[in-house]
Design a protein. Sequence first.
Length: 109
Amino acid sequence: MTDTAALRSLVRAVPADHPAFAGHFPGQPLLPGVSLLAEVLEAVLADAALAARVGPAPRLANAKFLAPVRPGAQLEIRLDGSGRGLRFEVRDLSMGARVAASGQFEAAV
């Protein structure tokens, strides 16, 4: 892996009208963990060097969901491919950059 694939950071907005908020949960909407992971994985697969780290069928090695993500959130997705697999951290910039989730993807064996 090259140094250019080691660290990445990008910001994504979670639209207030995201379809996942409709039923999760009425009156207290929050982004489901699977939708948050999908955002991370889309960011990884959009970058050729990072996608090569996890292969065509990435495996989720671990994930921690630490804070809810609400409608309209601005998320910073930090990706680190400097070690084994690909570590990620998602920070909610609309809530003081608190960590909403973290984990690691690996290449399926």
